[in-house]
Design a protein around this ligand. Structure first.
Ligand code: SF4
Length: 199
């Protein structure tokens, strides 16, 4: 006798997809920035999309590394959308200007998460080792919002924000963010190296 629950959950709901470990940032807490791996071609990645569509996986969430480092991100997202999948991604926001937001919208992105760790621009920039990161991240949220893409905000819980979540929520609200995700620090990659050196 068919089991409706087993049928419904016969595949993962979300495929979290690291297209690349490469990134334009070098955050001290990053769990993936030091990884080196050969990347799959666009054609190989489309074969993965085919497989996910066959297995009826409903959601793909691109992460990394910075997903926009891959110039074929839009093409892959369009392909996935055309095959019935819902696509989203997490980004540091640096490469998301108005033109990129429009391209993300037209390639089917339903939601984009931007990393923001503090409502204080200087603290965020220092934490991300990238001057201007806060300004570009908040501009990215505004550009995505204007393009009609739902936005979320991701924050790594740390010493720079654990006493100021109210300000983070106010920042999210001011930029039209739908949800705020708090992440634990992952003790691997560059994060592990940084943690060891600061003990
Ligand atoms: S934490 Fe994110 S933005 Fe920072 S280096 Fe890693 S992938 Fe890039």
């Amino acid at each position: 006798m068919p089991d409706p629950i087993s049928d419904l959950f016969s595949a993962p709901l979300t495929f979290n997809w690291t297209l690349s470990f490469r990134c334009n940032f070098s955050c001290l807490h990053c769990y993936s920035r030091e990884e080196i791996a050969q990347e799959l071609s666009t054609g190989q990645n489309k074969q993965i999309v085919d497989l996910l569509a066959q297995r009826q996986v409903p959601f793909i969430n691109f992460g990394g590394g910075e997903p926009l480092i891959r110039s074929d991100l839009y093409e892959l997202a369009s392909y996935a959308t055309a095959n019935g999948l819902n696509v989203s991604m997490n980004s540091n926001g640096w490469l998301v200007d108005e033109a990129a937001a429009e391209k993300l919208k037209s390639s089917g992105f339903r939601s984009v998460g931007i990393s923001l760790d503090s409502a204080d621009a200087q603290r965020h920039d220092e934490f991300r080792s990238m001057p201007g990161a806060f300004a570009r991240a908040t501009a990215a949220l505004d550009a995505l919002h204007a393009a009609g893409i739902k936005t979320t905000m991701s924050s790594v819980v740390s010493r720079i924000n654990h006493e100021s979540f109210r300000e983070l929520l106010d920042l999210a609200e001011a930029h039209g963010v739908s949800q705020v995700y708090l992440h634990n620090f992952k003790c691997s990659g560059r994060g592990l190296t940084t943690a060891k050196s600061s003990i």
